[in-house]
Design a binder for this molecule. Structure first.
Ligand SMILES: NC(=O)c1ccc[n+]([C@@H]2O[C@H](COP(=O)([O-])OP(=O)(O)OC[C@H]3O[C@@H](n4cnc5c(N)ncnc54)[C@H](OP(=O)(O)O)[C@@H]3O)[C@@H](O)[C@H]2O)c1
Length: 229
């Protein structure tokens, strides 16, 4: 039986990934800021367990660890999915405070969640740590002639580039854990105002990475394969 903890499972890609993994027979702890009514929203297929988890809040994450520990003493997969877009102002208008929310959620959230759940993850079977990143965080894809070449924004791409670096550093520091950054690709969720591929397509690489125990640690993938840093 695979056990999974995913953050940001209330809607969008995270909700879909949680449902799909529960459908494979996994026990899925679906971390959300407001667990009330979540089962009716996510459906009741499989062993899907909503738990309160705000990735920006130490006490909330500590309480979530205690909740999971009441059920199991090991996790096979931790998925850092929760994310916010932050300010999308012209780069020349962005001030340091515009970074606060996006870095707190997209960068420090994964650090907080990973550190807190590490003891459970270390006891898992072929443990996997999945960072839901973005092609926007790829230095290569932000270069000339690339898909993002004409988009100049500061906080969100910076947060995902830093999350990519966390992936590389965790992979080096935790050789017993398979660490992977995943780019879902432009996906039609609240995040994009419903622009992009279907949510099922956006969830695909996250689900396959969560289930794959064989890939090398420290990589960056999308649903087509390896993607450049
Ligand atoms: N959609 C895309 O095109 C796309 C592309 C590349 C990467 N991504 C990444 O994929 C991930 C999921 O995005 P999405 O498109 O599914 O976005 P979404 O529909 O806006 O969902 C975002 C999720 O993150 C949760 N969240 C935000 N702040 C949180 C916090 N402090 N603690 C816990 N949960 C929090 C939200 O919870 P609430 O319901 O409580 O707000 C929600 O469940 C993000 O990391 C995003 O950067 C998305």
């Amino acid at each position: 039986m695979t056990t999974v903890l995913i953050t940001g499972a209330s809607r969008g890609i995270g909700a879909h990934v949680a449902r799909e993994l529960a459908d494979t027979g996994a026990t899925v702890f679906a971390g959300v800021r407001r667990p009330e009514g979540l089962t009716s929203r996510l459906g009741d297929s499989g062993d899907l367990r909503p738990i309160a988890l705000d990735v920006t809040d130490d006490a909330s994450v500590a309480a979530a660890v205690s909740t999971v520990e009441e059920i199991t003493d090991e996790l096979d997969v931790v998925i850092n999915n929760a994310g916010v877009a932050g300010t999308w102002a012209p780069a020349a208008d962005v001030v340091p405070s515009d970074f606060a929310d996006v870095l707190a959620t997209n960068l420090l959230g994964p650090v907080r969640v990973t550190q807190a759940f590490l003891p459970l993850l270390r006891r898992g079977t072929k443990p996997r740590l999945v960072m839901v990143s973005s092609g926007m965080g790829s230095l290569t894809l932000q270069g000339n002639d690339s898909v993002y070449a004409d988009i100049a924004h500061l906080p969100y791409p910076a947060s995902k580039a830093a999350l990519n670096m966390l992936t590389v550093q965790y992979a080096k520091a935790l050789p017993e854990i398979l660490v992977t950054a995943v780019d879902p690709g432009l996906t039609a969720t609240d995040f994009t105002g419903a622009v992009g591929q279907t949510v099922a397509e956006g969830a695909q690489a996250v689900v396959s990475t969560a289930l794959d125990t064989t890939r090398p640690s420290g990589g960056f993938v999308d649903r087509y394969g390896t993607t450049p840093w």
